[in-house]
Design a protein around this ligand. Sequence first.
Ligand code: SF4
Ligand code: SF4
Length: 222
Amino acid sequence: MIVADRKPFDEIMGMIESCERILLVGCNECVTVCAAGGAKEVALLASQIRMKRKAGGRPIEVDEKTLERQCDPEYAKSLAETLEGYDAVLSIACGCGVQLVAETCQGLRVLPGLNTRFMGVTEEHGVWAERCQGCGDCVLDRTCGICPVARCAKSIMNGPCGGSQNGECELRHDTPCAWQLIIDRLKASGELSRYGEIAKPRDWSASRDGGPRKRIREDMKI
Ligand code: SF4
Ligand code: SF4
């Protein structure tokens, strides 16, 4: 899932400083799971904004809405019919959701209420960790299901580097060395002999060619 955090409250208030009526829009998917942008967070943020502005003598009207998925035009389009009279839309979805809403709500300011962090997993309640950078050329088969792109601080393909010590990454001592994890898992599955296989230089253009990527499934197009 995509993991995001709410922006600092003062930053949000600064973005809507000139507004008298806004639509605050959440999303029922990833940002609900990471407790940053679901219906509950919409209600909480809306109340905080109203109270802050009322206390400052400049009340603001904040309407609330939570879409099933802000990154899906099927749902984002439903906003277009209800935008009359708003000064801005404040979206608390990930950056993809904000952008699709901005495309849908042409002519209206669309503001981001979250900072989108990464694609990750839930490690425990309240703890999420990065697992994938969407590199476009997955190597998890070679690395026993541990991603060296996202989990090695240097994204190296033939690790560990010389800085790996006692299973820790040299750049962050609270983080396990991804390559040590890979070696441990290869050992545990009796596949350590595969560790000697040198990975060829990667073609990073699949993910890092500087432009936006697109995936088209011709079989699904209507
Ligand atoms: S190798 Fe690439 S696609 Fe696979 S998990 Fe890592 S970043 Fe994601
Ligand atoms: S210590 Fe391990 S995780 Fe850290 S940069 Fe080196 S190989 Fe990557």
